[in-house]
Design a protein around this ligand. Structure first.
Ligand code: PMP
Length: 395
């Protein structure tokens, strides 16, 4: 029977990683997959995470099931980190731990589809490719809204607001809370207020994908748009990931928060539990426990915040270096936007042919849309990339 299954296209980003591994050239540079790497190319376990794991090992007395929506302490601690203590009426909120940020997006869409099978999900053009994979596999109608002005490397706010006016009650508007993937371009807070206004008038539900809190302008600053939208709109879902900011990619740690009318809270919470039950029963706990251990202990929280801040500042420094190097190599300000972008990614605006040349001739790997992972660079490789980019665009 299983021979009836159709062949599946390879995941482009993971295929790129494989191709990079197989490349035997010395000095090759991997700017593909979205994993943070330090100056030595490593993705270390954060000190506070290691310490939290030690404490859990010492103190944990049981590994019996938690709740269908995950551990309450984890959900409270992470909700506070995202929305700020007391930012919204707690009676408005439902939440569930999830299998990473991906699982939170999936759960949010499953709830939306259960509530309204006819919904349309509006997503940014471009977006994280897995958003589209998830939407297609769930059979959910989806439509893009304009987001990125490739010419200037900034958000096309006019286009975005115009397209979002098509949304209506029962639809979902999928937004990146910070550090937009793949473009790195983000609305200002004033622009977010305009987005909130349009979504409010449309009656649609906002689904905020928050996968990089702490990677852009700081932990608080990166939550500002999410808090603004949550304050302004009656119905919001937030799909958060701890993969990047806690560096616990493989632990699969995420959270879905829903803000609804108070009267709906119990039903929404019960629906989250029911969705989990039929899919996998209980969400993973180890990563969640690491996060709650770190967030509820002053010392660990301080250590984690400092390490995260160093990661963030390191990426900002690389952005400044790369845009300066490109300015020098190309003699133009075409790539100045890299310094203004935030998060792990920027889109260079190269053609697929130029991207291919960078790979085949220079051993520099990036996704076909010319998205680079800033954290894949270091002080030594920045000038190498700048020179190569200048050469391929000159031809
Ligand atoms: N959303 C976006 C925009 C992402 O870039 C990612 C990670 N690549 C995720 C969600 C999900 O992350 P994870 O499932 O690994 O927590």
């Amino acid at each position: 029977m299983l021979e009836q299954l159709k062949a599946q296209p390879a995941d482009k980003i993971l295929a790129l990683t494989e191709a990079f591994r197989a490349d035997e050239r010395h000095g090759k540079i991997d700017l593909g997959v979205g994993v943070y790497r330090d100056a030595y190319g490593l993705t270390p376990v954060m000190a506070a995470v290691k310490e939290a794991e030690k404490r859990i090992w010492d103190e944990q007395k049981t590994k019996a099931y938690t709740q269908l929506v995950g551990d309450a302490e984890y959900r409270t601690a992470l909700t506070d980190m995202i929305l700020g203590e007391g930012a919204v009426q707690r009676a408005d909120l439902s939440s569930s731990a999830s299998v990473g940020g991906t699982g939170a997006v999936h759960l949010a869409l499953a709830l939306a589809r259960a509530a309204n099978p006819e919904l349309t999900v509006y997503y940014s053009d471009p977006t994280w490719p897995n958003h589209l994979t998830i939407l297609s596999s769930m059979g959910i109608r989806h439509q893009s809204y304009r987001y990125f002005d490739a010419e200037s490397g900034t958000v096309d706010l006019t286009g975005m607001l115009e397209d979002l006016q098509q949304a209506k009650a029962g639809d979902v508007v999928l937004l990146h809370g910070c550090c937009h993937n793949p473009t790195g371009a983000n609305p200002t807070l004033e622009q977010w207020a305009q987005v909130a206004q349009v979504v409010k008038e449309s009656g649609a539900t906002a689904l905020i994908d928050l996968a990089y809190q702490g990677f852009g302008d700081g932990l608080e600053q990166d939550a500002a748009a999410t808090r603004l939208l949550t304050g302004a709109l009656d119905e919001v879902m937030i799909a958060a990931s701890c993969s990047k900011n806690f560096g616990i990619y493989r632990e699969r740690t995420g959270l879905l928060i829903a803000k609804t009318a108070e009267a709906q809270q119990g039903t929404v919470q019960a629906n989250m539990a029911a969705q989990n039950r039929q899919a996998f029963s209980f969400p993973p706990d180890h990563g969640a426990r690491i996060v709650s251990t770190v967030l509820t202990d002053a010392g660990l929280r301080q250590s984690w915040t400092e390490e995260l801040e160093a990661v963030r500042l390191g990426m900002l420094e690389l952005r400044a270096q790369l845009s300066a190097a490109l300015r020098e190599e190309t003699g133009s300000d075409r790539f100045d936007f890299i310094a203004r972008h935030r998060g792990m990614f920027s889109r260079l605006g190269l053609t697929p042919e130029q991207v291919e040349k960078l790979r085949s001739e220079y051993g520099i790997y990036m996704t076909g849309d010319s998205r680079i992972n800033i954290a894949g660079l270091n002080r030594e490789t920045v000038p190498v990339l700048a020179k190569a980019v200048a050469e391929v665009i000159r031809r």
